[in-house]
Ligand binder design. Structure first.
Ligand code: PEP
Length: 269
């Protein structure tokens, strides 16, 4: 595989993206076994060692240990795809924040639309999970986004406002978490929001954050785009002023396409 080439376009970085570091985070969903995880990280690590953005892979619970082991001494960070908000106890099948921290996990996806759709995730449980993750020092990647019906009935901003204000209630330092804007109609469907559409919503999210929590913190927060991001559309999406990286499903499962996205993010810095 072709080696990652660092960008030299620092001036653009200063002008465009203020001081926000770009993040390219893969969300593997229910894909790859532990041994496939080890092989993937070993293939990826040497190629992205000079990446100028943060490189994160969020993997199924059973893959975490292999991912952390294989990523040791590299610039690849490992995340989980969910966690429970209770400290410990009689919650069969659940995983606590302390368990993730003990493994060396650093990030956790919270409130993904698939969890909202299939596993009864609500804004309230997103809030509980987010607070627990932060308490334990994990970086939550909190997902928000409207369905097609909500978009078509003009409810996008109202939905995002509710997801953000309820989901982030009581968070003391918002810069310790990352937001992922994932329009539900664009996830895994091949339909991407155009860069202009995505930028418009990212700017609206930053305004909601500014109105709710203050302009200074809103300016510092990283807002990732998710929804069929791939090498062919990443340059244009990541060039937008308020898009600070991507949360990526399908294109994160193959090292080649994941590396291409990391290159795009570094170019856009
Ligand atoms: C996701 O799962 O968060 C996602 C954005 O998936 P995809 O890139 O496949 O649309």
């Amino acid at each position: 595989m072709k080696r990652f080439i660092p960008s030299h376009n620092k001036e653009k970085h200063k002008m465009n993206k203020a001081k926000r570091k770009a993040i390219i985070a893969g969300n593997w969903k229910m894909n790859k076994t532990p041994s496939e995880t080890t092989a993937f990280v070993k293939e990826l690590a040497p190629v992205v060692k000079d990446a100028e953005c943060e490189v994160v892979i969020c993997v199924p619970f059973v893959d975490l240990q292999n991912a952390v082991e294989a990523a040791k001494g590299t610039n690849i960070h490992v995340g989980a795809e969910n966690l429970h908000w209770k400290e410990s106890g009689a919650y069969t099948g659940e995983i606590s924040a302390a368990m993730l921290c003990d493994l060396g996990v650093e990030y956790v996806v919270i409130g993904h639309s698939e969890r909202r759709q299939y596993f009864a995730e609500t804004d309230e449980t997103v809030n509980l999970r987010t607070l627990k993750a932060l308490e334990k020092g994990l970086t939550p990647i909190v997902c928000v986004g409207e369905t097609l019906e909500e978009r078509e009935t003009g409810k996008t901003e109202e939905v995002l406002k509710r997801q953000i204000t309820v989901g982030l209630k009581g968070v003391e330092d918002l810069t310790k978490l990352v937001i992922a804007y994932e329009p539900v109609w664009a996830i895994g469907t091949g339909k991407t929001a155009t860069p202009a559409m995505a930028q418009e919503v990212h700017a609206a999210i930053r305004k909601i954050l500014a109105d709710t929590f203050g302009a200074e913190v809103a300016e510092k927060m990283q807002i990732l785009y998710g929804g069929s991001m791939k090498p062919e559309n990443a340059d244009a999406l990541l060039a937008e002023k308020d898009i600070d990286g991507g949360l990526i499903g399908g294109a994160a499962l193959k090292a080649d396409s994941f590396v291409a996205l990391i290159e795009s993010a570094s170019k856009a810095l």
